[in-house]
Write a protein that binds this ligand. Structure first.
Ligand code: UDP
Length: 320
């Protein structure tokens, strides 16, 4: 019932699969399932990956597990450090054990570009050294827990042959993503729709590459059809780089907004124990060797789609 899971479920159902969603509805919401509930092959089970018993039914009756159940967004991670680490460590451990014990089900693990930390080696390659900061910075705890997830998944693959595929998702965007967990595009779109100041954290020279959730979901559906991808780690996202200042200007222009653009120090938003990532670009050569992957969806189109969705959902609140 989360952002990426709901898009992936839609795609899988349209391709003729049956989908069971397991979600504790902590950050996921049944609103995201509006398009799904009309499918007779879709089932939502409310449960928690921290309870092994909740996994038995959904994992036992499925051929394939997409493990996307994790804490989401820099804001959420900072505000909920214990829940974040517990879900990403114990939760993932439970999911992998259930997949192993209930018939050796293939697991696609959603990891994160955060594992690269502040690596200066651009673009980020799957085999590169990872650069995390000190344990006093909660952000690196999230990165470290995602690294542990990867180690665990690959350990299951080595030890018992459990078919696993690890995907390092880079900034994924699209309709249904919520700004309340920190994500920059829905936040800036809402600010522009409301003609409120657009908040650029830091000096805005930091860069990101934004991947459209539809392209990412398609790749997630395609990669499981390639047996050689088992036991492998892949970057997944888009490699078109944009600075956050440029992003703010683009969104303002596209939405014809009278918002001002304001710089806010990182410390004001996230406190003193925060470090940002100055540049982040994926090397996509590996995934392109395994599947046909050529993300074409333009960022401008994604921004307009998000604005249409946010404007529709909450017209009075958004438009003031
Ligand atoms: N950011 C920003 N204004 C916002 C929210 C985020 O300038 O209102 C910045 C944030 O500091 C980071 C970039 O945009 O440099 C991407 O932030 P997001 O939280 O979406 O993703 P992540 O930091 O995990 O890549």
């Amino acid at each position: 019932a989360g952002f990426i899971g709901s898009h992936l479920s839609e795609l899988l159902l349209t391709s003729g699969h049956s989908v069971t969603a397991l979600d504790n509805l902590s950050t996921g919401t049944t609103d995201n399932l509006e398009n799904l509930s009309r499918h007779s092959n879709f089932k939502m089970v409310q449960g928690d990956i921290l309870n092994p018993g909740d996994l038995e039914g959904p994992v036992g009756e499925s051929d394939l597990v997409y493990h996307l159940a994790a804490s989401v967004g820099v804001r959420y991670v900072i505000d909920n450090p214990v829940a974040t680490l517990e879900a990403n460590t114990h939760g993932t451990s439970n999911v992998l054990k259930a997949a192993r014990d209930l018939g050796g089900k293939k697991v696609v693990l959603a990891s994160s570009s955060e594992v690269y930390g502040r690596s200066p080696n651009l673009p980020y390659n799957e085999d590169d050294i990872l650069f995390l900061g000190p344990t006093s910075i909660p952000r690196w705890g999230y990165a470290c827990s995602k690294m542990l997830d990867e180690f665990l998944a690959l350990a299951h693959w080595k030890e018992s042959g459990l078919p696993v595929v690890v995907l390092r998702l880079f900034n994924t965007v699209g309709p249904r993503q919520r700004g309340s967990y920190g994500m920059v595009i829905p936040r800036m779109v809402e600010q522009c729709l409301n003609n409120q100041p657009v908040t650029v954290y830091g000096d805005g020279t930091q860069t990101r590459c934004f991947g459209y959730v539809g392209d990412v979901a398609q790749a997630m559906a395609d990669i499981v059809k390639v047996p050689e991808a088992e036991g492998q780690v892949f970057n997944l996202g888009n490699d078109v780089e944009i600075s956050i200042r440029e992003l703010a200007e683009l969104i303002k222009r596209l939405l014809n907004s009278s918002s001002t653009i304001e710089q806010v120090p990182f410390e004001t938003v996230y406190g003193s124990d925060f470090q940002d990532i100055p540049r982040r670009i994926p090397d996509l050569r590996k995934i392109k060797k395994y599947i046909k992957y050529n993300p074409q969806t333009e960022l401008t189109q994604v921004i307009l789609d998000i604005a249409a969705e946010l404007g529709r959902k909450n017209p009075t609140e958004i438009r003031g």
